[in-house]
Design a protein around this ligand. Structure first.
Ligand SMILES: [Zn+2]
Length: 350
């Protein structure tokens, strides 16, 4: 058996109104001195008014970097700041973009990082992967896992609901990702790990079971979404690859990002992709459609705000996004006629 390395977070803190405990967590992890907070324009005032003072109270010297996009340009800017400031740790505070920049730049500079999500839009909040534009790959790359995750449910609940619904789409996508992984194991003899697969599937089952409560924004249900996203990140760490969480439905989303004039959110696209992948897998695509609708996430091209022709084109590209990863789309993928048939039959386009 080849060497299998699992890198997991050391502390995972989830709760409501817990910001006050953040300084203690950072101290408990053994950090002192300077900290760099990487965040976006939307969260900088929250970072400076709420998080910064708590860290200063705990004797940390706080500096900030506002990043505007998840591109390699901003990763380099963050790396420069890390070199200038020499922080003992980096905090990625905000949505996926801010966390991904913090994750990759800190990994490249060998500095630990804490994930402080303020939305629950995808599993990047806990995974050892980062999705960065300009690396020549439309999919996420491996870097390092957060040393800790600090998720304040009251902060996440006050983010726009669309992000939470998108997070549900990303979690439901594990239903088809795991099926693709099993298929690759059978057909190509690819490594398959039952534990990681079950962890990812359990997360999708939790969303199915709690869909109505999530839509009502019940605190417990939002906590379930956040914990399920964290479990997905951990499943990736355990598998040693994003396989349990990213199958053909993710490749469909990556393809849409390449061709659609205005792509939707990652989890929204993965949710719709999962309906069509499940249809091809002979799995329960209607269940996915029902749950997406229940949580208020898109289940059609129309709801994604993407024209049917891009859906069809993206479906024909799925097999080319990551040829090393076998999925239900096979080695040759779908023709445009077949893609349209799949999209219509699964009611993604009408
Ligand atoms: Zn995802």
């Amino acid at each position: 058996m080849r060497l299998h390395c699992m890198q997991l977070p050391r502390e995972v803190i989830v709760g409501s109104d817990i910001i006050g405990a953040f300084g203690d967590l950072c101290k408990k992890l053994g950090f002192k001195g300077k900290v760099l907070i990487v965040t976006g324009p939307r969260m900088i005032s929250f970072a400076k008014s709420k998080v910064g003072p708590i860290l200063q109270e705990a004797s940390f010297d706080v500096c900030y970097l506002v990043v505007e996009d998840s591109t390699i340009f901003w990763v380099k800017r963050a790396e420069e700041r890390i070199c200038e400031e020499a922080p003992s740790f980096v905090i990625g505070l905000g949505g996926g973009r801010d966390i991904d920049i913090a994750k990759l730049s800190s990994a490249n500079k060998g500095v630990p990082f804490i994930s402080f999500p303020t939305t629950a839009s995808h599993d990047g909040i806990a995974s050892p992967q980062a999705s960065i534009k300009g690396l020549g790959k439309p999919y996420s790359v491996r870097c390092h896992a957060p040393i800790a995750i600090f998720a304040d449910i009251s902060v996440i609940s006050s983010s726009p609901y669309r992000f939470i619904a998108s997070g549900c789409g990303d979690i439901l996508a594990k239903y088809t990702a795991v099926r693709d992984w099993r298929l690759a194991h059978k057909i190509r003899g690819e490594y398959y790990g039952d534990y990681a697969a079950e962890l990812a599937l359990m997360s999708s089952r939790l969303i199915m079971r709690n869909a109505s409560a999530i839509r009502r924004l019940s605190r417990d249900a939002v906590k379930t979404v956040v914990e399920a996203l964290i479990s997905c990140g951990v499943a990736i760490s355990i598998a040693g690859s994003s396989r349990p969480c990213s199958g053909s439905e993710h490749m469909f989303s990556h393809a849409l990002n390449m061709i659609a004039p205005k792509p939707a959110l990652h989890g929204e696209q993965c949710g719709v992709g999962a309906i069509m992948s499940a249809y091809l897998q002979g799995a329960n695509w209607k269940l996915l459609r029902t749950v997406l609708t229940k949580v208020g996430a898109p289940s059609t091209a129309d709801e994604l705000g993407i024209k049917p022709r891009y859906i069809i084109e993206a479906l024909t590209m799925v097999h080319k996004i990551r040829p090393d990863r076998y999925t239900v789309f096979g080695d040759n993928g779908l023709t445009a006629t077949q893609a349209e048939r799949v999209a219509r039959a699964s009611k993604v386009i009408t």
